[in-house]
Design a protein around this ligand. Structure first.
Ligand code: C2E
Ligand code: CA
Ligand code: CA
Length: 325
């Protein structure tokens, strides 16, 4: 179709619910046809979807989960756990990554890989990230008041957060509310955020950087045009994706790539963090390659805030340090 001087491609998706097997009342038939349409659109354009009971179950579960997530965001069901990042040479704490977790009273443990995409789909990501930024900053300030030396906290943000021009102001207000400096916070973003890059995303990144907040490129090596982004964007840190670390001991190509990524990062003056370190063997290979900052179950699992003091106490004792780093 031609609209003004623009060629527009139209496509049609159809959702089908049949009378009487899928329902006898108009309202429920329409509702079920809508579910089938939603499914058809999720599978691509120009498709026909038919209602089924399985479809109805999936949709009902999703609706229940969405409702639970809204309640958790308002009522405090979500928590942040913190995973230490360690400097290999000194054994010192480099920083903490804040990771959201959700233990629902009846639905049980729901992993972030499930509720983060759901939050994204239901338009809850803005609220979730505001909550995560506030919690992480509040906790960092509290630890410091208690005398714990935590250099920096890293918060994960999603692509949609960067499309919001309000993000830099939200970050600045949150830091101010908790008496923190911009250098106390690292914001982690993935390459998918950058692939998505509209002008607004790039502007938000630039403004955060101008405020003094460091940006860390998460899951590095799994996306596409990493190198051109590194050249254009004010990134301070790369996080080697844990899939490389998992293969280090067995795959020469993973070793070659982790060395290459460290080389790229250090030559650009970036901190390179290797994440997902689970074994002494992986740690040794990374150390030999020159990695300075590591994160993974070998050092510590993500922990509730009240566990940090105990972990730091045992970590700092020389016995534990010499056996782990
Ligand atoms: P991520 O940002 O790459 O976070 C690291 C994930 O690896 C975490 O999973 C962490 O528990 C896990 N991990 C850490 N060390 C190891 C290890 O040695 N071995 C293995 N196998 N895994 C390790 P988690 O907590 O399930 O989070 C999954 C993803 O969910 C995160 O991946 C991040 O993309 C997203 N996410 C978590 N919290 C938030 C949040 O507050 N906001 C946003 N936008 N995304 C979040
Ligand atoms: Ca992360
Ligand atoms: Ca990661």
């Amino acid at each position: 179709m031609q609209a003004s001087d623009v060629q527009v491609e139209l496509s049609v998706s159809v959702g089908v619910a049949m009378y009487p097997q899928d329902g006898t009342a108009m309202a429920s038939l329409l509702h079920r046809a809508e579910l089938a349409l939603h499914q058809a659109k999720a599978e691509g354009t120009g498709r026909i979807g038919f209602f089924s009971l399985a479809l109805s179950r999936v949709a009902e579960e999703r609706i229940a989960l969405e409702k639970a997530l809204r309640e958790a965001l308002q009522g405090g069901g979500l928590q942040l756990h913190y995973q230490p990042q360690v400097e290999l040479a000194s054994g010192r704490l480099h920083g903490l990554e804040a990771l959201a977790c959700w233990e629902h009273p009846t639905l049980g443990f729901i992993p972030p890989t499930r509720f983060i995409p759901l939050a994204e789909e239901c338009g809850l990501m803005g609220g979730l990230s505001r909550w995560a930024l506030d919690q992480a900053c509040r906790q960092l300030a509290l630890w410091r008041r208690e005398g714990l030396t935590v250099p920096v906290v890293a918060v994960n943000l999603s692509a949609s957060n960067f499309q919001s021009p309000e993000l830099p102001a939200i970050v600045a207000q949150t830091l101010e509310r908790h008496g923190l400096q911009a250098s106390d916070l690292i914001v982690e973003l993935t390459e998918s955020t950058l692939l998505d890059s509209q002008g607004s995303t790039l502007q938000t990144i630039e403004r955060l950087h101008a405020q003094g907040v460091r940006l860390s490129l998460d899951d590095f090596g799994t996306g596409y045009s990493s190198l051109s982004y590194l050249r254009r964007l004010p990134i301070a840190e790369l996080k080697l994706d844990r899939s490389f670390v998992a293969d280090l001991e067995h795959a020469p190509t993973a070793r070659a790539l982790s060395a290459a990524i460290l080389g790229i990062g250090t030559s650009l003056g970036l901190t390179v963090v290797a994440e997902g370190v689970e074994t002494a063997g992986q740690k040794e290979i990374l150390q030999d390659q020159g990695y300075q900052v590591v994160q993974g179950y070998w050092f510590a699992r993500p922990m509730a805030p009240q566990e940090l003091a105990g972990w730091m106490g045992s970590w700092c004792s020389s016995a534990s340090r010499s056996s782990r780093t």
